[in-house]
Design a protein around this ligand. Structure first.
Ligand code: ACO
Length: 427
């Protein structure tokens, strides 16, 4: 029998159906609440609000489970590559060999951008943060591709998807090249998606491009781990903007701005800055552990704790192994890695962190790998955006195919009640 929730307001009872997800999550469907009772719910930050039903990503923060379209993140990180995962997230199933080849061929066809875009990039100061530049360039793509996607046409939808997957890495790489004063370039069709991205970022004029395969593997894994995380801040932004029927590129551009913030995608940068600070201070991890536990000190151990994962972040486990492997293979000796390892060991044995279930999250290690790969700190969040792109696309597509209504929350007004207008000389 289907479950029902009962609400009583001023002695009057209202009943609402309870929706059950495939993993037995329960949600009270309050669609008729305001119409029937005149009352709304109040939930700042939407911590208890399901904004949609979605078949893309499942996560269980207590058990440390993360699955894309039913596949465990551990399996995908080990056995799939980023483009396969992108296809899976967007279209719902793992691609056949033929589907994957066609998908990549179609993306490659779209991997140039209008030359006029270079003038826009040229107008930014070199000191501009790459995330601001990337968001602006993605928004500018709309101007160069003005026709609206007809979402009732699978082909139209597909064309828009391969277009953004082709052009986005070029724009992301150019934000780095601008920062590092390298000439703007394009990729090489004979390379895989991730290797091509790496080439576009780091290729130097007059030098043959060569890369260690373990670097590409580590990058591929990092992108997979960041590819989707259900209704987080940037993804909700993409769905919200898209719900007004603004196009895919405009919605993605808004998602980039949401991801930029230090409470969301900017945390990996904060981890490296914290480790640098500890190093400069003499490397005394115990001193900083004490600061993190001191309630009168605002210092927090960056990269520890997570809003959803309260036992462990499954992505952190995978990435920790990958960090050890790639740093070993590259022979990188980084003093801040020793500081990170020291902090981690102490925190995992410290009752303050153990009792509060504070474990290293994905960002504790991702910054260390990016740094070892020679990626500047300001580019870390751009790398996150590159990984999250398939998730944003998948969520936008699902929202449009489900014909979801425009997102329009309500409020409880707490301002002045009616006031008489006073002319300026009487105020
Ligand atoms: N260092 C020290 N103490 C901490 C930390 C930390 N990193 N995180 C939480 N605590 C303490 C809090 O002070 C609080 O202690 P109290 O119960 O004695 O008051 C308790 O642990 C619970 O903390 P909350 O802030 O309520 O936990 P919440 O779930 O709201 O916050 C968050 C999660 C924001 C991630 C937090 O752990 C934090 O600030 N971590 C550092 C920043 C970080 O790494 N962010 C990246 C998140 S992962 C991602 O975005 C991909």
């Amino acid at each position: 029998m289907s479950k029902v929730a009962t609400l009583e307001i001023d002695g009057k009872r209202y009943e609402f159906p309870v929706v059950e997800g495939t993993e037995n999550e329960l949600g009270i469907n309050i669609k008729s609440l305001r119409g029937e009772s005149g009352v709304i719910t109040l939930d700042p930050g939407y911590k208890n609000t399901g904004s949609c039903e979605s078949g893309i990503t499942f996560l269980d923060g207590e058990k440390g489970i993360l699955r894309y379209r039913g596949y465990a993140i551990e399996d995908l990180a080990e056995k799939a590559d980023f483009l396969e995962v992108a296809y899976l997230l967007i279209f719902g199933d793992l691609p056949s060999k033929e589907q994957l080849e066609k998908f990549y061929d179609d993306i490659k066809e779209q991997s140039t951008v209008d030359e006029e875009m270079k003038k826009i990039l040229d107008g930014f100061p070199k000191a501009a943060h790459p995330m601001g530049v990337l968001s602006s360039l993605t928004s500018a793509l709309v101007a160069f591709n003005p026709s609206c996607v007809d979402v009732s046409s699978e082909q139209d939808m597909y064309n828009a998807i391969v277009k953004i997957l082709g052009k986005f890495p070029v724009l992301a790489a150019w934000t780095l090249r601008k920062k590092t004063s390298l000439p703007l370039n394009y990729g090489d069709d004979s390379l895989g998606y991730v290797e091509n991205l790496h080439k576009m970022m780091f290729e130097k004029p007059g030098k043959k491009y060569e890369v260690n395969q373990s670097v590409i593997d580590a990058l591929d894994k990092l992108l997979i781990l960041h590819a989707d995380h259900e209704q987080n801040c940037s993804t909700s932004t993409v769905r919200m903007v898209g719900s007004s029927h603004a196009g895919l590129f405009a919605s993605i551009s808004a998602g980039i701005s949401a991801l930029w913030g230090p409470l969301h995608g900017g945390a990996n940068q904060a981890v490296i800055e914290m480790l640098e600070k500890i190093k400069e201070d003499g490397g005394d991890t115990k001193k900083f552990m004490a600061k993190a536990k001191d309630k009168d000190d605002p210092f927090r151990l960056m990269g520890f704790g997570h809003r959803v994962y309260k036992n462990f972040d499954p992505r952190a486990k995978i990435i920790k192994k990958s960090a050890d492997e790639v740093l070993g293979q590259l022979g990188v000796e980084d003093p801040i890695l020793d500081i990170a390892k020291g902090l981690e060991k102490e925190a995992l044995e410290d009752p303050y962190f153990v009792d509060r279930k504070l474990y290293p999250n994905v960002d504790f290690y991702s910054g260390i790998i990016y740094r070892a790969l020679g990626i500047p700190v300001e580019m870390f969040t751009v790398m996150f955006a590159l990984g999250r792109l398939p998730g944003w696309i998948a969520q936008w597509r699902e929202m449009r195919l489900n014909k979801e209504p425009i997102g329009r929350p309500r409020q409880i007004y707490t301002g002045h009640t009616h006031r008489e207008f006073q002319p300026v000389d009487k105020r």
